[in-house]
Design a protein around this ligand. Structure first.
Ligand code: FES
Length: 106
């Protein structure tokens, strides 16, 4: 596992997200109600860039900008068609120094 630094938590408050250029596809990082989550930035429907789309912090759902599939950022589960395969999730946490970090597989 490789730990990547995303940003200080102060720059990723609840309801905020950002895309990090890391891993094979990029990583979307979300603060959903005070907990940080990370998913791969690739829609499983047709390989579109998923995390450039809108997301809904109230339900922790990201919406693919290409065809509108929804995914749960907490679990990666595909919630609506046309996607039905989950996206990869990565462990995300806030380090003791306040930095948001994500663990990516080697
Ligand atoms: S590429 Fe995401 S829904 Fe089609």
């Amino acid at each position: 596992m490789a730990e990547i630094e995303v940003c200080p938590l102060a720059e990723l408050p609840p309801g905020a997200s950002r895309v990090v250029d890391a891993g094979p596809e990029g990583v979307g990082v979300y603060n959903c109600d005070g907990t940080v989550y990370a998913i791969e930035d690739r829609c499983t429907h047709d390989d579109g860039k998923l995390c450039e789309g809108d997301w809904e912090p109230e339900t922790c759902e990201v919406i693919c900008p290409r065809h509108g599939a929804r995914f749960d950022v907490r679990t990666g589960a595909a919630l609506t068609l046309p996607a039905y395969i989950p996206v990869d999730t990565y462990p995300a946490r806030v380090r003791d120094d306040g930095m948001v970090v994500v663990e990516l597989p080697d």
